[in-house]
Design a binder for this molecule. Structure first.
Ligand code: MN9
Length: 303
């Protein structure tokens, strides 16, 4: 089987919301148009950045339809279907296939923690069977799921049990494990790197595709980083990666996703606030964040 391989930036999209926290599907199209103009290669819908686990199933389906339509085949659409209920995840997978998305991805159920690769494979096989025609990416993000298993072992077992597995959306800082996965069976699987502040480290060991939140508002910065890396200009790539590190430090200082949605607004693509359980930034924090962003040159071509 020839497996799917992605190259370049994939933006983990935010879910646009109205001030009251309702989904605002009308804002999807302008967000996608902006990403296409920024030359991203794909979008990852309803993931961590999209507050997927905080949305209802009906909202997730509506968003998938809106994103697929807005993408209009210009860029690839990944749909995150992970859910604590495996049955819901399978239903979301089937929906993504019907809606015309390109790929599905899922976190494992994580209220009851999975602690063996074999249980993980059982869950993923059941979820992926909802969309038998779609390449499937396991979404490995132990910091949020609490499920930290051996990813090489997952790949080893996939041939027998996960026929549609295309690869892993790999969001941890274990570059050595990421490298081992990239080299598994001479690169049989697609390993999409998911920690934006460590992109250069991932490129060094062979990353080709990467998914993340900051590609929504800083794509030009990462595009330059990739070009510098490809030319062998490591000094410039290091300098640009350091800018990304400073940007993520600011995001963490002001509160993660709420800060990022504020940055989207300040950068001209308003996608509204976060919803519970996340908390919005106080007015004072917004002012201070804007000032910090100005100082770091964020608004000069977002790089
Ligand atoms: O998976 C994102 N991770 C989370 C992607 O949302 C937890 C990343 O893109 C981070 O937001 C980014 C900043 O830390 O690396």
């Amino acid at each position: 089987m020839t497996r799917n391989k992605m190259e370049g930036m994939i933006a983990a999209t935010f879910t646009p919301m109205k001030e009251d926290g309702c989904v605002d599907a009308a804002k999807v199209k302008p967000m996608v148009d902006r990403l296409v103009a920024d030359r991203v290669k794909g979008i990852f819908v309803c993931g961590s950045t999209g507050e997927g686990p905080s949305l209802t199933t009906a909202e997730r389906k509506l968003l998938v339809e809106a994103f697929v339509q807005a993408a209009g085949k210009r860029i690839k659409v990944f749909v995150h279907v992970g859910h604590n209920s495996v049955a819901e995840a399978k239903d979301l997978a089937a929906h993504a296939q019907k809606a015309g998305a390109d790929y599905i991805s899922a976190t494992p159920p994580c209220y009851f923690k999975i602690n063996t690769v074999s249980a993980l494979v059982d869950c993923l096989a059941e979820i992926a069977s909802g969309a038998p025609e779609m390449p499937f990416y396991y979404y490995n993000i132990p910091a949020l799921t609490g499920v930290a298993l051996d990813m090489v072992e997952l790949l080893r077992r996939a041939a027998a049990s996960l026929p549609t597995l295309a690869g892993i959306k790999y969001t941890t800082s274990l570059i050595h494990e990421y490298q081992a996965c990239l080299n598994f069976e001479e690169g049989a699987y697609d390993l999409l790197y998911g920690t934006d502040e460590m992109l250069l480290s991932a490129l060094v060991v062979g990353a080709k595709g990467y998914i993340g939140s900051t590609y929504n508002f800083a794509a030009p910065l990462y595009e330059k980083l990739q070009v510098s890396f490809d030319k062998g200009d490591i000094r410039t790539a290091q300098r640009l990666q350091m800018k990304a590190v400073r940007m993520v430090q600011l995001i963490n200082k002001y509160g993660g996703l709420a800060a990022q949605k504020t940055m989207m607004k300040l950068a001209g693509t308003d996608c509204g606030p976060v919803r519970l359980p996340l908390q919005p930034l106080e007015a004072e924090a917004v002012k201070s964040l804007e000032k910090d962003l100005q100082i770091m040159g964020f608004f000069n071509e977002r790089s």
